[in-house]
Ligand binder design. Structure first.
Ligand code: ATP
Ligand code: MG
Length: 689
């Protein structure tokens, strides 16, 4: 297993009997160490199912599984490769009964949480509810209960939020539901408070490997500590300079605590970067330079100096997008890496994608937006998922309300309101209330009949879903169900245009293919799950889907330019990268008391600036061969165009000004490409999206 590993990497891979930390800069092969170590452990006789590799995103898990399969073949499918949250689901499913959760609990998404909070806090204002949501999530990540949060509240606002949190938690228990933070918090409680649970999991998972360790939070640290126990057979890999989730509770203290909590910790540093040219690496090192050093690190590359990093300036965001597209076209004509998938356009915030999407469409360049609205956030997919959620957990009130009203089946708000009053009075879930004998006397006859009919139908479907095994059967089942509820007609009745309805319906069909593919039983490449041979019931598959954030697993083989937020680009690499919107106020994001010139700023501002700098560092280090950084002289602010300045980070990259500006020949090529793109666009007018 030493092929393609340097000595330091081999040392990390071969160290199997105690705690190990690999601390190294971007592109130095940390993730490669994790993948190779999975192979090494199995080669050394460790059972595949007792090796757990924890990644930061579902996409990273899918990629790691692919690589592990390449290394060790079939046993790779038994290795636990997943995110912290997915591991949490498994733990809670197996042992959640100890804290009163049934094995078939529901996982609420962010929208569900907002609506429950509206109800718990007695408001109709989504912004207020989201504010609470943010604070409650922060507390949960700190491991605080509602009572503890109230105790340590510093003002009335926090005290009120803590009380709403208590009501919110009561509702989650009643609905047999958990939110995303619970998927970390509950495993912590289970492992901490129940010795037999702790011992079981320590036995089950003998070796734990964690990627992107710098972005774990305090609760995850505790979970990890309890999981690995005294033997502490774990490997964490990370880079303090790439910690970019501080705003979500991730803490670098986790890195500092390791050597204290594990005095026998083996620390390994990697110094060679295998990803980027020297020109790119130098810019990255210059930008991160001013940040205080947690651990001294050096990073070098042997890939040669390479092309200079380019700065692109533009008049407006539209102009910027045109220039970036022209750059892509020009590089495609003149580089060895000329596939669309070799390019990424990275930005700070999702909304910045829009002008680039338009410009790429205009030039007929295929692209995907990652880290943006996920497939599962689409209304039509959520509609269907609400049915699954209801089968899994009859107490899931938000899911009940969605399923019973979409498509409309003649059950009005008034009837539902009365049902709600009844359910609250008898401490029942909405769904349970349907079957109470005393409900009939309270509701108009027709309303009551429609409701009980709906209830029976859900039960019948649930029963059938349990019996439905394998891809073929699952597909047939879903098509029949959609027909029975008249979902296609519902789309055509409710969408503004036929084409919008058709798009939604085709998403639904995509979803049917994908869901049924996951039920396995046959090789089904169209659904992108050719490895899934194990037969599962539709019910089993339904329970895990609310955790999957994108259909990206399906898209990875396609030849597409990537548009992504910087946060979602973590851990990934592309031959050609353009960082766009690198303006003061955007990257770094607007900091309250800092205009880039003051000597003295508040502690908080200084820390936020450090995180912004790390974000820029992450962006730069995604590039393998070529990097361009662009900024605009004007930016949109509401409806106005306001003057804008280049980010301070551009100057800090320390580029040689004589080469940083685009080379005139390159510019000419880019202009030609720009002209050709405009001409093509003129010939084939842009279709409305
Ligand atoms: P990041 O900090 O961005 O997550 P990383 O440290 O995890 O980066 P990897 O993604 O593992 O780095 O590796 C970066 C690139 O270098 C990958 O393309 C990988 O295949 C390659 N690489 C890693 N180690 C070696 C090696 N010893 N020899 C050749 N190539 C390597
Ligand atoms: Mg990595």
């Amino acid at each position: 297993m030493s092929a393609g590993l340097n000595l330091a990497q081999q040392e990390a891979v071969n160290y199997m009997h105690g705690p190990c930390l690999v601390l190294a800069g971007a592109g130095s092969g940390k993730t490669r160490v994790i993948t190779a170590k999975i192979g090494r452990l199995i080669q050394a006789g460790v059972a595949a199912k007792s090796v757990a590799a924890i990644t930061f995103t579902n996409k990273a898990a899918a990629e790691m599984r692919e690589r592990a399969k390449g290394l060790i073949g079939k046993p790779a499918k038994d290795v636990v490769i997943c995110t912290f949250h997915a591991l949490g689901v498994r733990l809670v499913r197996e042992d959640g009964h100890r804290v009163g959760l049934k094995a078939q609990f529901s996982i609420l998404d962010s929208d569900d949480v907002t609506s429950i909070l509206k109800d718990a806090g007695g408001t109709t204002d989504a912004n207020t509810a989201r504010q609470w949501q943010w604070t409650i999530s922060k507390w949960k990540n700190m491991g605080l209960s509602a009572a503890q949060a109230e105790e340590q509240a510093v003002d009335d606002n926090e005290r009120i939020t803590a009380r709403i949190m208590a009501r919110y938690e009561e509702r989650l228990t009643a609905y047999q539901s958990v939110d995303f933070d619970d998927l970390i918090g509950l495993p912590l409680r289970l492992l901490r408070d129940h010795a037999e649970v702790r011992e079981k999991w320590q036995r089950v998972l003998g070796h734990v490997l964690v990627d992107e360790y710098q972005d774990t939070n305090a609760t995850q640290y505790e979970v990890l500590k309890l999981l690995v126990g005294e033997r502490a057979r774990f490997t964490a890999v990370g880079d303090d300079d790439q910690s970019i989730y501080g705003w979500r509770g991730a803490t670098l203290d986790n890195l500092k605590r390791l050597p204290v909590d594990y005095p026998n910790l083996k620390v390994i540093k990697l110094e060679q970067n295998y990803r980027s040219t020297s020109a790119i690496l130098r810019a990255a090192n210059n930008v991160i330079g001013p940040n205080p050093k947690l651990f001294p690190k050096t990073l070098f590359s042997e890939l040669g100096e390479g092309e200079p990093v380019r700065i692109v300036d533009a008049d407006s965001e539209e102009h910027e997008a045109e220039r970036v597209v022209a750059r892509i076209q020009s590089l495609r004509a003149n580089s060895v890496h000329k596939d669309f998938r070799h390019f990424a356009v990275l930005y700070r915030a999702n909304h910045q994608a829009k002008p680039f999407e338009k410009a790429l469409r205009k030039a007929q360049i295929p692209y995907k937006v990652s880290g943006g609205q996920s497939f599962f956030d689409r209304a039509e997919i959520k509609d269907l998922c609400s049915w699954f959620r209801l089968w899994i957990n009859n107490n899931d009130d938000p899911a009940f309300l969605r399923a019973v009203t979409v498509p409309k089946r003649g059950i009005g708000h008034q009837t539902l309101g009365q049902l709600g009053v009844y359910a609250t009075q008898y401490k029942l879930s909405l769904f349970e209330s349907l079957f109470s004998s005393s409900l009939a006397s309270l509701l108009p006859r027709r309303g009551h009949e429609s409701l009980t009919e709906f209830g029976r139908y859900v039960n019948d479907l649930e029963y059938r879903a349990r019996q439905t095994l394998g891809a073929e059967a699952a597909r047939a089942f879903m098509l029949e169900w959609l027909k029975e509820i008249g979902y296609e007609q519902h789309l055509y009745d409710n969408e503004e245009s036929e084409s919008a309805a058709a798009t939604r319906w085709s998403n639904v069909m995509d979803f049917v293919d994908w869901m049924s593919g996951r039920c396995g039983g046959q090789i089904d490449d169209t659904a992108g799950v050719s490895t899934q041979a194990e037969i599962k019931s539709l019910m089993e598959v339904a329970q895990t889907i609310s955790l999957l954030s994108t259909m990206s697993e399906r898209q990875q083989d396609q030849d597409l330019v990537t548009l992504s937020t910087l946060h979602a680009s973590k851990g990934l690499e592309w031959p050609h990268v353009v960082l766009v919107g690198v303006n003061e106020g955007m990257l770094p994001f607007k900091l309250d008391d800092d205009d880039g010139r003051q000597q003295v700023v508040s502690d908080e501002t200084a820390q936020r600036l450090q995180e912004e700098r790390r974000l820029m560092y992450v962006g730069i280090t995604r590039a393998q061969r070529s990097l361009a950084v662009s900024w605009t002289r004007k930016r949109k602010k509401g409806r106005d165009l306001v003057p804008a300045k280049p980010s301070r980070f551009i100057a800090e990259m320390g580029l040689d000004q004589s080469t940083a500006k685009e080379d005139p020949r390159e510019k000419l090529r880019a202009l030609r490409a720009e002209f050709a793109a405009k001409k093509a666009a003129g010939a084939a007018p842009e279709k409305s999206a």
